[in-house]
Design a protein. Structure first.
Length: 407
């Protein structure tokens, strides 16, 4: 009898151990999809690696961009994947080959269904040989159907049916778009934890007619035509000092509670680069990386940078948490002051800096000379996804800073 009981006990113990075995995520390539407007799916790929002890790392791909993600928490069959800088995260249930859940941006109160499947390395499925090659420059109008239209420049490269590129606007670019051109239709997408963008259009040799989804909250139509000579307005002419002003002034707190002003002695006789930004903003992140790299390459005690952050976070504490996260992740050594929290209304931002005609874009970058006078204002930032335009900007920026240092 004791023998039978012992065997029965071992069976229970074996099955219990088997049931408690940890579920693991499969290594390799995954195809993820976030649901955006009109129940459309925005796809992107990531590669997952098991580093042992139930820990994972991910590389997320958007064309030439690779985003490294190392904040992945697994408990039982639940997983949370937190993006490296932005507040967005994916949370869901999983087995070894599938994840289902939601992508969340809590400060912006946005939630989108999310799913991922292991073993798929194609972002979009091919539907046939493309009739056209869209490589080149395009003149684009977003929201052409109403009075709120705005212009953009499409910059694309197509190899076989694969397409990469971006849309530039007067206030920044749409970062790394990754897509496919099949038969008479083109699709692009990008996902970075802040932006979830999907573009779909019908194409001919010289035209595009399509729709742009930004998450589930925005849908815009667009039309485009080939135009290799098209140029956007000069970003240096859009934001300027009001008549009667030649100097900028502000006083905002840093993360230690110190009030920092441009009139502080530490900034006297220096070239000061002032970055109007937010931790939620992809173009701001691109510019922040550029500024961090610039200060490392061209270290000079007569150059300093100050960032003024405008945040979605509902409390001061949450806003500084986001600011400190950005500083730690990117290696920012210059001060980031909290100019505003609880929303990013641009009219409110302009009231904080009333000497400007307006704050049209995050980021906006103001360069102040050694005598404290504003010398140049860049509206927006066109980052590395814009290719040669970004390279030209870097050269012009460095040349201008050198001129100011010589004065």
């Amino acid at each position: 009898m004791k023998h039978i009981f012992f065997i029965f006990f071992l069976c229970i113990l074996f099955n219990s151990c088997k049931d408690s075995e940890a579920v693991v995520l499969a290594e390799g390539m995954w195809l993820a999809e976030v649901e955006v407007g009109d129940d459309q799916s925005l796809p992107f790929n990531f590669s997952l690696k098991d580093t042992g002890n139930g820990e994972y790392v991910i590389e997320l791909y958007n064309s030439d961009e690779t985003i490294f993600i190392d904040e992945i928490k697994v408990k039982g069959d639940s997983v949370v994947i937190r993006m490296p800088v932005f507040e967005g995260y994916m949370a869901g249930k999983f087995n070894d080959k599938q994840i289902t859940g939601e992508f969340r941006k809590e400060n912006e109160e946005r939630v989108m269904p999310f799913r991922a499947e292991h073993g798929i390395d194609e972002r979009f499925k091919s539907e046939g040989i493309p009739n056209t090659n869209i490589s080149g420059d395009w003149e684009v109008v977003f929201k052409p159907e109403n009075g709120e239209s705005y212009m953009a420049k499409g910059i694309f490269k197509q190899v076989d049916d694969k397409v990469s590129g971006t849309f530039r606007t007067a206030t920044g670019d749409y970062r790394y778009l990754d897509g496919i051109n099949t038969v008479d239709s083109v699709k692009f997408s990008t996902f970075d934890g802040a932006r979830a963008y999907l573009f779909k259009a019908k194409t001919t040799d010289s035209t595009m007619v399509g729709v742009f989804y930004s998450g589930k909250h925005s849908k815009e139509f667009f039309v485009a035509k080939r135009n290799e000579n098209y140029e956007l307005p000069n970003s240096e002419t859009l934001t300027y000092m009001k008549k009667g002003y030649d100097k900028l002034s502000f006083s905002f707190p840093d993360s230690n509670g110190n009030i920092v002003s441009l009139s502080d002695p530490v900034f006297k006789d220096k070239v000061v680069i002032i970055q109007i930004m937010g931790t939620w903003c992809p173009n701001c992140l691109d510019e922040t990386k550029f500024l961090v790299d610039y200060l490392e390459k061209y270290s000079n005690e007569d150059i300093t940078v100050i960032a003024l952050a405008f945040e979605y976070a509902k409390t001061k504490e949450a806003a500084f948490k986001s600011i400190n996260r950005l500083k730690d992740r990117i290696g920012v050594q210059y001060p980031i002051l909290l100019a505003q929290y609880g929303g990013i209304d641009k009219e409110m931002a302009q009231k904080k800096l009333p000497m400007l005609n307006h704050v049209l874009s995050f980021p906006t970058t103001i360069i102040v000379g050694k005598k404290g006078e504003v010398q140049k204002i860049y509206t927006g930032f066109n980052g590395p996804a814009t290719g040669s335009h970004y390279d030209s900007f870097k050269k012009d920026f460095h040349s201008f800073i050198l001129q100011l240092l010589e004065v």
